[in-house]
Write a protein that binds this ligand. Structure first.
Ligand SMILES: Cc1cc2nc3c(=O)[nH]c(=O)nc-3n(C[C@H](O)[C@H](O)[C@H](O)COP(=O)(O)OP(=O)(O)OC[C@H]3O[C@@H](n4cnc5c(N)ncnc54)[C@H](O)[C@@H]3O)c2cc1C
Length: 375
């Protein structure tokens, strides 16, 4: 087969960009296509929180690799990235106990007194805060601008081409020498093809997505007006401690779960992870809730938005005004945090299947390109 590129990447989210970046760094000729005119998927709808401190096992390894890659991206592109950028705030003794247990095992977790965590969060947390922790392996990027800026930077490198508004439609021919795929802009032939379309893999390879038990997870998010305070780290709360494995796997987490299930069942009914980060213009990105379905309802539930807003207001001890609301969607499956699959000779799919693409995506992509992932 006559090939025009070494690597064709489908999708301009962080996973697709990570493949293109790694391929470019390997000196390969790369083309990236996306059906949209710019990145508008999960990679721009999130908190921009690289939550490396809270991961365990393989995700921790991928997160630490991704962390290094983000720092290298920042150095090469000028993208602003904040370091030591995570904090967890505790409003009850059982939350402190979870943080203490992880701090015993992990140097990146630094316990903070109530006064210290108040200062870390710009001096604004509510009176009932009893302590907290800094999460030093964490990074923070601005989610609205990071993927578009990385795409711009990559698109200006020699040997990298972007084609926007070009949808991947399927495989025309694939053999040991490469693959030719159909797109809405004509056929493209490449030595290897990586389909990085996140939760939309079921549109393109339904059997692969179904076999993996892949669904969509829909999340409710909001952006506030600038409340006039400055909160440098991404801030996690009690529900986050039950979501991120390194915290959730502590023995102390059981008591926290029992208390919240008993006293705050509404937080579980909406499957919340109450957290927030601040955008450069001062607006707070606040969220989130989770609902898994094959096809998700596009309609936001106002009672869930009110619950999230109330929780963040309680942590900050102040009222917030909402400027925007939106739904984010990512791929989810019970059996693993990512999915890689061979769709045909030299055609591979790669999706993160839990809510950590910003945290693990760059290293996952590099390993996917290198063919060193195991599942
Ligand atoms: C609300 C929310 C909050 C989150 N918070 C965090 C966080 O703070 N930290 C973290 O680590 N993770 C977070 N995540 C998870 C993270 O955002 C995702 O795991 C990650 O962005 C997935 O990246 P992706 O490249 O796979 O998908 P996407 O960013 O969705 O990109 C997929 C791309 O594929 C393109 N595409 C689809 N089909 C086609 C086709 N047929 N042809 C061409 N192009 C196509 C789409 O246009 C899109 O640009 C969050 C997710 C959400 C939704």
């Amino acid at each position: 087969m006559n090939i025009d590129y070494d690597v064709l990447v489908v999708g301009s989210g962080i996973v697709g960009l990570g493949h293109a970046l790694a391929a470019h760094d390997d000196g390969l000729r790369v083309i990236l296509i996306d059906r949209d005119a710019r990145p508008v998927g999960a990679s721009v709808r999130n908190f921009g929180h690289v939550c490396a401190t809270g991961q365990s096992r393989e995700l921790r390894e991928l997160a630490l690799g991704t962390r290094e890659r983000w720092l290298s991206v920042a150095a090469r592109t000028g993208l602003p990235i904040r370091q030591s950028a995570g904090a967890a705030v505790a409003r009850a003794a059982d939350e402190v106990a979870v943080m203490e247990e992880l701090a015993d095992k992990r140097d990146a977790v630094e316990l903070r007194t109530a006064a210290q965590i108040r200062a870390d969060l710009g001096g604004v947390v509510a009176d009932d805060v009893v302590g907290g922790a800094r999460l030093h392996d964490d990074l923070r990027v601005d989610p609205r601008t990071t993927a578009p800026r990385l795409a711009d930077w990559l698109g200006n490198r020699d040997g990298v081409e972007f084609r926007w508004r070009t949808a991947y439609l399927g495989i025309e021919e694939a053999d040991a020498t490469g693959a030719r795929v159909r797109t809405s802009g004509g056929a493209i032939a490449a030595g290897r093809v990586f389909v990085c379309v996140g939760h939309d893999l079921d549109y393109l390879a339904p059997a692969v997505a179904d076999d993996a038990g892949m669904e969509r997870c829909a999340l409710q998010m909001m952006l506030t007006e600038d409340p006039g305070i400055r909160v440098p780290p991404a801030v996690l709360t009690a529900t986050s401690l039950l979501r991120y494995d390194a915290f959730a796997e502590t023995s102390a987490a059981a008591a926290l779960r029992t208390r919240l299930e008993l006293r705050r069942p509404e937080l579980f009914a909406a499957d919340t992870n109450i957290m927030f980060t601040q955008r450069p213009d001062g607006g707070l990105l606040i969220g989130d809730s989770h609902r898994n379905r094959l096809t998700v309802s596009p309609f936001l539930d106002e009672s869930v938005s009110a619950l999230i807003l109330g929780e963040v207001e309680a942590v900050l001890g102040r009222r917030l005004r909402i400027r925007e609301r939106w739904q984010g969607v990512y791929a989810a499956r019970p059996a693993g945090p990512y999915l890689t699959a061979r769709l045909a000779p030299n055609v591979h799919a790669c999706s993160v299947t839990t809510g950590v693409g910003m945290t693990v995506g760059l290293e996952l992509a590099a390993r996917s390109l290198a063919g060193t992932l195991t599942s």
